[in-house]
Ligand binder design. Structure first.
Ligand code: GDP
Ligand code: MG
Length: 671
């Protein structure tokens, strides 16, 4: 008879779960959603020696507290679906921190296989892990793997199937010290004959009661003598805190980490070179995360990045521009020669080629920006940036961790918004989502590059830098404002560990760059091409009107909205139309201008010089930065929150964009 078992992969984010999952299941996988939420659920199958194994890739979590959405999903699954085996995949180069989750699982009594992944990194760091000792102390099977090279997967499969056959509860117990253990015993006694929900162990529930875990407190409510238990738990916690002299939750966390520290010291050996590497890392950090220097260094690096994006990117952009100019001329020439109707060649040359071309011209700049972001991420600097910004974020009542989704927003606001799932508090999450669209995503870059290159050729880098900075400052101010209106609460302290610096690997960096860059290309081929065709249609009709003139449909639409924009200095139809269609995707702003002026590159710049002054151009860039999240971002905000917050995000950004653009234009004129 065929045996069937269910296995869950658990681990911190970025420990290699998905890589292991793909190795194990190959193409036999299915991606859906967890019930009721939009977090992705991956499920797959493999067969090993007659056992059919269903594998579930859980969201990445650091612990099993029911704080963040991801943690709750993972925990609910482990508690209620009771998989036969849980493979805890950990980044072995970061043993102590990664083992924390394992601690929780062992406490829960789960049947665990420990997968020490990233053993290649461990080796490079000159660290030796005594796997058999670790396995002996923890009393769980331990497997070493290098998932991205598909190494160790056979061993993992054997371990999974074996563990499923001889199910056992772990014997490893965290010793919380005399005082806390007394409390645990006391509560366990009280809970002893109660029908605990399936999958819960006595000790675990007792510990969670001491931690005042909200979900467990709720669970307890359905038990007989609920009030008595709750009262006892509260009394017990208070008593323990008095005896310990400090916060009980902190005490529990500290005991676990203390234990892990000892365990890791026991089972690892470091070579001399590594100490040195850490020393160097520490020395760099002393400067980079310094109280006074940290923020100037962060800003300096950003400024340098933009200089690089322009000095290297712009000549390349020129090449692409000439190519599209040639393509447009050749296409309309060829179409004329074969006698195709005039509207068709206008659609192709003025619509599609000008529109899409005017956006694609910025591909080199965008790839360069992504390259720099990838290098900063892979080297470990981004984690420092978040750490440095934590002080400011804290002063403003936000969690330092909120800065990471904001940095991600520089690439694209959508992953930025989704990354807020890692934030513990729902309030932090909503605030961070609301301000994320103020981060200048890469779709704004073509607008900045076009306008800064046209109106501030000598200071492109500086101008663009000022826009990125303005986005960050506004985000912080807006978050502050909304916090004081909608929520008033304490923030959790930042417990962030800084990974050691690494020399970024060319391959990894290029892959990251390409992953993001190809999204931009895909967008150019779909939304942007569609948008410019729509705009061409509106500019071409009605038939007797001149292309894109005031009599065309688009001219009428533009003239209708343009007066609103007059105080900001760009109250003419083309700008209005570009902004309206920019809601589809911000790149469309440039695509629209290209289509309306039937030009890209140098010719487009010439057309803009006739309509904008440097001041109104700057106001226009500011408006493009702020005025509304793009359609996809709006949809993501709705998915992650509700209509109320989505409406607020759209409404405040429209008003704020207009106000700031008008202020800049009006004050600029006075000066
Ligand atoms: P998840 O967040 O846990 O699902 O992690 P992923 O599977 O997405 O992996 C995160 C990153 O680590 C990816 O870039 C992988 O290629 C890389 N990775 C996974 N396993 C290993 C490994 O054993 N060694 C090294 N050096 N990198 C790995
Ligand atoms: Mg994953």
């Amino acid at each position: 008879m065929k045996r069937e078992i269910k296995v869950a992969l658990a681990g911190n984010p970025n420990s290699g779960k998905t890589t292991v999952f793909n190795n194990l299941t190959g193409s036999h996988q299915h991606v859906g959603n967890w019930p009721g939420v939009t977090v992705e659920k991956k499920e797959g199958k493999f067969t090993y020696q007659g056992t059919e194994v269903t594998v579930i890739d859980l969201p990445g979590t650091y612990s099993l507290s029911a704080y963040s959405l991801d943690e709750r999903i993972a925990r609910d699954f482990l508690l209620h679906e009771t998989p036969d085996v849980v493979v805890v995949i950990i980044d072995a180069s970061n043993l102590e921190r990664n083992l924390y989750l394992l601690c929780h699982l062992l406490e829960l009594g789960t049947n665990v296989v420990l997968d020490l992944n990233m053993m290649d990194v461990v080796e490079n760091q000159g660290i030796k892990i005594d796997t058999s000792k670790l396995s002996r102390i923890l009393n769980v099977p331990v497997i070493e793997t290098v998932a991205n090279k598909n190494e160790g997967m056979e061993g993992l499969k054997v371990a999974i199937v074996t563990a499923a056959e001889n199910k056992r509860s772990p014997t490893f117990k965290i010793d919380y010290g005399k005082v806390i253990e007394e409390g645990i015993t006391e509560l366990s006694e009280l809970l002893k004959d109660k029908a605990l929900p399936r999958g819960y162990t006595l000790r675990w529930v007792a510990v969670k009661l001491l931690e005042a875990d909200p979900e467990i407190l709720e669970n307890v409510e359905s038990l007989p003598q609920a009030q008595q238990i709750q009262k006892a738990a509260l009394e017990c916690s208070a008593r323990l805190e008095r005896r310990l002299g400090y916060d009980l939750e902190t005490a529990l966390v500290e005991r676990r980490y203390g234990l892990l520290e000892g365990l890791v010291r026991e089972c690892t050996e470091r070579h001399l070179g590594v100490e040195r590497r850490h020393e160097i890392s520490d020395q760099i950090d002393r400067v980079v995360t310094n109280k006074l220097l940290g923020i100037p260094i962060f800003l300096g690096l950003m400024w340098l990045s933009f200089q690089l994006v322009f000095t290297v990117g712009s000549p390349l952009a020129g090449l692409i521009d000439s190519f599209f100019g040639w393509l447009g001329d050749t296409t309309s020439g060829a179409l004329e020669a074969i006698g195709s109707p005039g509207w068709f060649s206008s659609l192709l040359a003025e619509g599609v080629i000008s529109g899409v071309g005017s956006v694609l011209v910025f591909l080199p700049n965008i790839l360069l920006l992504f390259l720099i972001i990838a290098i900063l991420e892979d080297s470990g600097y981004m984690a420092r940036a978040a750490f440095v910004m934590d002080r400011i974020m804290h002063a403003l009542g936000l969690h330092g961790k909120s800065f990471i989704p904001m940095i991600l927003g520089f690439g694209c606001n959508i992953p930025g918004i989704m990354a807020t799932r890692t934030l513990k508090s729902e309030k932090d999450r909503i605030l961070t989502i609301l301000v994320n669209p103020l981060m200048s995503c890469s779709a704004r870059l073509p607008i900045y590059v076009l306008f800064a290159g046209t109106f501030f050729p000598e200071r492109q880098g500086l101008v663009v830098f000022s826009l990125y900075l303005m986005g960050i400052v506004l985000a912080i101010l807006v978050a502050r404002l909304f916090k004081s209106i909608f929520f008033k609460h304490e923030v959790a302290p930042l417990i962030m560990e800084l990974p050691p610096y690494r020399l970024p690997q060319a391959r990894g960096v290029l892959i990251h760059m390409w992953e993001r860059g190809s999204l931009f290309l895909k967008k150019a081929g779909t939304i942007i091409a569609g948008g410019v065709v729509l705009i061409w249609l509106l500019a071409y009709f009605p038939l007797h009107a001149e292309y894109a003139s005031a009599q065309s449909l688009i001219g009428k639409l533009g003239s209708f909205v343009a007066p609103l924009l007059k105080p900001a200095g760009f109250g003419f139809p083309q700008a209005a139309v570009a902004l309206i269609f920019g809601i589809l995707a911000k790149e469309v702003v440039v695509g629209t201008l290209g289509t309306l002026y039937s030009a890209e590159g140098v010719a487009l710049k010439a057309a803009l010089l006739q309509h904008f002054t440097p001041l109104s151009a700057y106001a226009f860039m500011v408006m493009s930065l702020i005025y509304i999240p793009c359609l996809a971002a709006i949809a993501t905000i709705k998915r992650e929150t509700n209509w109320k917050w989505t409406g607020l995000a759209v409404g405040y950004s429209l008003i704020l964009g207009w106000v700031v653009a008008v202020l800049i234009y009006q004050i600029g004129r006075l000066l």
